[in-house]
Design a protein around this ligand. Structure first.
Ligand code: PFF
Length: 462
């Protein structure tokens, strides 16, 4: 291992590296990254489209056997090197071995995800205003569908909302890690839980709510195929923000006394809890008013407004719901953009402000391909998909799982058990020996093979 300290220039300048300042801050920021449109938009529609509870069981297994080990590994590596995703792997790998490519592909994945994610976030932010003004307050899906199509097929509106979202996220990132990311997520996460509980309680007390719960909790195994298992695993990667260096980056801001396995378990459970609550807020209400659960990506924007418009005080709950989605999206986007920003600062030594600005410009360009996927570029297709669908599919089902495989292999085979033991026990302070043993066993063979198998089967290669 090379023994130069990352950020030697920063250290020489006498500045300490920006990092999360409290234990609650670590939790809020990391959970802020995990919780996002994945919980409020993707999880409900993917679960709805793939048969409900059976899919949920597979998703749970993927989270435990794949998500948890990869997430712990990433945070561990980041905290050890205290650097961006590329430099971390450069520093920790033996000289000359190209493991840093994991970080480089992570930057590509961050761009591709941001490109479509900021567009969905754009619709959510637009919907907060539409909900406030009562524009989408109709119990007829035909009306809410026309409103949604009107928004997404308008290139100007799509682009402006997306750029607005980008500016908001860039603006927060300019304040740095502790004063930007941590300060904002510490306020947003508690708000998110309160909103979810309020909306969940409303949905559960509707007549006929039990049907929605049984959809979510009674498995129908006939819907499970190789492709569905891949989708569940891809969702686990996307949900936990792993396989692309986000958790390496956030890990580098972790405090040295933080218990990494315990924090990761907490984040994973809280993320799952939010997904379940989102499901509980949505499906009972969907069934109660006789709507279909398998509406696909449009569930959030077409079915949900109609559902809310059907219930007493629906206007208030609709506004709260879209504020909730906007809050969730914000924390996730901060972590996505932080990946390339920190790489630019770490590798090229440019200031944070410049790096943020440059990334915003790049994302404005790349992101517009997704913003226009439902209008001007609707007919431009690669592998039969629009840019929006392609970036979504490629990242969750190929790039993130591949990143996950290489993280496992690096940690188990190159870094080794001894270093894992030191890092995860905080140099002997914590008694995490058993966890490290189990984790090492999983990372060595089980997890990477499982990911590979699911990928090949899901992509139809075996
Ligand atoms: N985990 C986020 C969500 O579920 O919405 C999405 C995400 C954030 C994916 C950050 C990847 C990432 F690096």
């Amino acid at each position: 291992m090379k023994n130069h300290t990352p950020h030697a220039a920063t250290a020489a300048a006498g500045k300490t590296r920006d990092a999360f300042s409290s234990s609650f801050g670590v939790l809020a920021a990391t959970l802020g990254s995990a919780v996002g449109l994945g919980n409020i938009w993707k999880f409900p529609y993917v679960t709805g489209a793939n048969g409900g509870a059976g899919f949920l069981v597979i998703y749970l297994l993927a989270t435990l056997l794949v998500g948890l080990p990869v997430m712990i590994s990433e945070i561990m590596l980041g905290r050890k090197a205290k650097s961006d995703a590329v430099t971390t792997l450069r520093t920790l790998a033996p000289a000359g071995q190209p493991w840093w490519l994991i970080g480089a592909f992570g930057v590509v994945a961050a761009f591709l995800i941001m490109a479509f994610y900021t567009e969905v976030a754009a619709w959510v932010f637009a919907y907060v205003f539409k909900a406030l003004r009562g524009d989408i307050l109709s119990s007829s899906p035909a009306v809410t569908s026309a409103a949604f199509k009107g928004l997404i097929s308008d290139p100007v509106q799509s682009l402006l909302w997306q750029w607005g979202v980008l500016l908001l996220i860039g603006g927060i990132l300019l304040f740095g890690v502790a004063k930007g990311i941590e300060a904002v997520t510490k306020k947003l996460m508690p708000l998110l839980f309160v909103l979810l509980l309020v909306i969940g309680a409303r949905s559960l007390t509707l007549p006929g709510a039990a049907q929605g719960l049984s959809f979510l909790f009674t498995p129908d195994w006939s819907k499970i195929s190789g492709e569905v298992v891949l989708v569940a695993m891809g969702l686990a990667f996307f949900k936990l923000s792993i396989g692309m260096g986000t958790m390496i980056t956030y890990g580098s801001y972790f405090r040295d006394d933080q218990n990494i396995p315990a924090t990761t378990l907490r984040v994973m459970s809280a993320d799952l809890f939010v997904s379940m609550l989102a499901g509980i807020a949505i499906f009972p209400a969907v069934f109660s008013f006789g709507f279909q659960p398998g509406a696909g990506p449009a569930l959030l924007f077409i079915t949900i407004p109609a559902v809310f418009a059907s219930m007493p005080f629906g206007h208030v709950f609709m506004v709260l719901f879209f504020v909730l989605a906007a809050v969730a999206a914000t924390g996730a986007m901060l972590s996505l953009l932080e990946v390339p920003v920190s790489v630019m600062v770490g590798r090229f030594g440019i200031s944070r402000a410049r790096a943020t600005l440059l990334n915003l410009l790049l994302l404005g360009l790349i992101g517009s391909s997704c913003a226009l996927s439902n209008s001007v570029l609707a007919d431009v297709k690669l592998f039969g998909m629009t840019f929006f669908d392609l970036f979504d599919y490629l990242t969750s089902n190929v790039l993130l799982p591949l990143g996950g495989i290489f993280i496992c292999l690096f940690v188990a085979w190159v870094w080794g058990k001894q270093k894992m033991m030191e890092a995860l026990s905080n140099h002997g302070v914590l008694d995490n020996g058993k966890i490290v043993k189990g984790l090492h066993g999983l990372l060595k063979l089980v997890t990477p093979l499982l990911i590979l198998l699911v990928m090949f089967k899901g992509l139809g290669l075996i």
